[in-house]
Design a binder for this molecule. Structure first.
Ligand code: GLN
Length: 307
């Protein structure tokens, strides 16, 4: 351990201590019953540094539901498969609306604003599916996630997928609306089934921080995505990764990030570090409450920022 790494370990420990001192954790996502049952008073943080070393605090080996963080991996896979054609079906602008909003879809003729709101993620998964069996597309996403994190012990939680399948009326509405605009090329139920299962992937913060290496350009990262696409994915994470809370996240943290309603966060400090944080209680945007605070403390203490 270098002196800097020892300092960083102190910083991370004190962030975890601060989080556990607070009594306000936010509430886990209520609309997916399996997630609503998770104890909110949990926290984990893992930081993977340029040399590939991972420093953690809290419970970094506890798997959690990555939910919308899977949209980053699906996007990487879709860009690899269909390349720039994806942008004819989904935009690159922040939406300023909640993650599951329908309102802009009608105004903009069924072309979702970006690949990180649900409508845009459903289109991205649909592009990745492209007529195949859902299990093949899922194997591709899961294989990519395992390759990026360098870990084979990453799985889909079928109970979480089934839970969302049962209650996911909003996503079904989005998928059928996309279909009415001919922006869905598979049967809605097949695309949705794939999407719900990709969201139900479980990872630990250690695995997720490792998976971010390719986007952060760190040593030892597998070459799964071109440099051009890395920049674009990071730009989208910065502008759209936290939905209508993206501006607030950029203001407070200053780094590209992607949240999920499972309370996870993936944060990229280009050429410096890949950070994963988890705490299942959410703020009013549906992003991790304690996780966002921890990210803010980390960027302040380290001076990591793209600005
Ligand atoms: N599976 C969730 C949904 O589609 C993902 C949303 C999120 O993590 N923000 O609603």
């Amino acid at each position: 351990f270098s002196r800097w790494e020892a300092m960083l370990e102190e910083i991370i420990k004190s962030i975890a201590a601060d989080v556990f001192q607070q009594n306000d954790w936010g509430e886990p996502a209520q609309y997916i019953p399996e997630l609503a049952a998770v104890d909110p008073q949990q926290f984990a943080i893992s930081v993977c540094l340029a040399d590939g070393k991972v420093i953690s605090a809290g419970s970094p080996t506890k798997p959690f539901s990555i939910q919308s963080i899977s949209k980053v991996f699906a996007l990487v896979a879709a860009l690899g498969r269909v390349g720039n054609q994806l942008w004819s079906r989904v935009g690159r602008e922040p939406s300023g609306t909640s993650f599951d909003s329908v309102v802009l879809l009608e105004r903009e003729n069924g072309r979702p604003r970006n690949p990180f709101i649900n409508a845009g993620a459903i289109v991205t998964t649909d592009a990745l599916l492209c007529g195949r069996q859902p299990k093949l597309a899922l194997a591709e996403i899961l294989g990519l996630v395992r390759q990026m994190s360098g870990s084979d012990s990453i799985y889909i939680n079928d109970a979480v997928a089934a839970s969302e399948q049962k209650t996911g009326s909003r996503n079904k509405a989005l998928a059928y609306y996309l279909k009415s605009h001919e922006n869905l090329s598979n049967e809605p139920d097949l695309t949705l089934g794939t999407y719900f299962h990709q969201c139900a992937i479980e990872m630990t913060t250690e695995q997720l921080a490792m998976a971010g290496r390719s986007l952060a350009g760190l040593d030892g990262a597998p070459k799964v995505i071109s440099q051009k696409h890395v920049r674009r994915v990071n730009a989208l994470m910065m502008t759209c990764g936290h939905y209508n809370g993206s501006g607030d996240f950029a203001f407070r943290v200053g780094l590209p990030g992607k949240s999920g309603v499972g309370g996870g966060l993936l944060i990229i400090a280009p050429n410096v570090a890949s950070v994963a944080i988890w705490s299942p209680g959410l703020n009013h945007y549906g992003n991790s409450y304690a996780g966002t605070r921890a990210a803010e403390m980390l960027s302040r203490a380290t001076n990591w920022s793209v600005f």
